[in-house]
Design a protein around this ligand. Structure first.
Ligand code: CP
Length: 333
């Protein structure tokens, strides 16, 4: 069993299914075990959050525990993660001490550390998350890093199973226009988790917005192992054909890390075209509409779609609570 929850493919498909089954037992009230009674979990947020922060705090409380929320540079010291660095500039404390001290108080540490979208080659290695995992003596839970958002990916798979059933589904992950480049963690984790579950996955995006090459190899490897198919499409309208699940997300091009203005200029041609609307949803096989939230209405998705019965975004957000409790129980029990 992996010690940490950093990315879904550190865990086998069977282990992910077991986590979803545990989350269902928690959601339906069949499991009310107070696994964290008398124990504390640290939640470290370098970036803003609604769902992740609230669902982790509530989940820890409902498991009988206590959440210690820290914001480096805000409510705790600024943090250095690089090794061998002379700390004579802005950073006050090193991750090496930070996580080992927290580990003396807490039974697990969750961390959110987004991509800065400045240096693709560096950020694709998830340096801050991996520094936490390297030094920690207690399990680390990834609450969204530069490359992965595994709690979201697992909640997405639970939602597909809950709404559509446990067998293979035809799911679409579609890029959408957004006024500025965003990190790739959510699409990466959705695609990886869908491949691990054996779904037939179409990834639709304009040319130049490809996911990471190594990650795509892993997605294809997982799909081959689980019997699913991976299709890449640059045609947003055709990609909706017969889909049973539509997952919208915008992300920045890895070609423009460090040059956001170039990405913004490049994507302008897709404004109003790469959006999930009623006409595209009509091409699907009565698909559910999914998004991790927060979402910009009438930019990523029209009001007509997100307010329709096809939209499952609120249930999807609720499932974050249940899967995270299942992950905590699995790591701590
Ligand atoms: N989906 C998600 O992670 O939401 P927050 O950024 O609000 O935590």
């Amino acid at each position: 069993m992996p010690r940490d929850f950093l990315k879904t493919h550190d865990w086998s498909a069977e282990e992910l299914q077991a986590l979803i089954e545990s989350a269902v037992r928690i959601k339906t009230g069949k499991d009310r075990n107070q696994t964290l009674a008398g124990r504390s979990v640290a939640l470290v947020f370098f970036n803003p959050s609604l769902r992740t922060r609230a669902s982790m705090q509530v989940g820890i409380y409902e498991l009988g525990g206590n959440a210690v929320v820290l914001e480096p540079g805000g409510t705790s010291w600024t943090l250095e993660h690089r090794e061998g660095v002379v700390m004579d500039s802005g950073k006050t404390e090193h991750v090496a001490e930070f996580v080992r001290v927290l580990g003396r108080y807490c039974v697990a540490i969750g961390v959110r550390t987004f991509a800065a979208l400045k240096n693709w080659e560096e950020e694709r290695t998830d340096p801050i998350l991996n520094a936490f995992a390297k030094y920690s003596e207690v399990p680390i839970i990834n609450l969204e890093s530069a490359m992965h958002h595994p709690c979201q990916g697992l909640a997405d798979m639970m939602t597909i199973r809950e709404k559509l059933g446990a067998d293979r589904k035809k799911v679409l992950l579609t890029w959408a226009w957004h006024p500025k480049p965003l990190p790739m963690a959510v699409p990466n984790s959705f695609a990886l988790a869908a491949a691990q579950m054996g779904h037939d996955l179409t990834i639709a995006h304009p040319k130049g917005y490809e996911l990471d090459d190594e990650l795509m190899k892993e997605i294809r490897r997982q799909a081959a192992g689980a019997g699913g198919r991976i299709t890449i499409s640059n045609d947003i309208d055709a990609s909706f054909e017969d889909a049973e699940g539509v997952y919208a997300k915008s992300w920045g091009s890895k070609n423009f890390y460090g040059a956001p203005d170039k990405d913004i200029a490049e994507r302008e041609q897709y404004r109003g075209k790469w959006i999930v609307d009623e006409a595209k949803m009509a091409r699907t096989n009565d698909a559910i509409f999914m998004h991790c939230l927060p979402v910009r209405r009438n930019v990523i998705v029209t009001d007509g779609v997100i307010d329709s019965p096809a939209s499952v975004v609120i249930d999807e957000a609720e499932n974050r609570l249940h899967v995270q409790k299942a992950i905590l129980k699995r790591l701590i029990d």
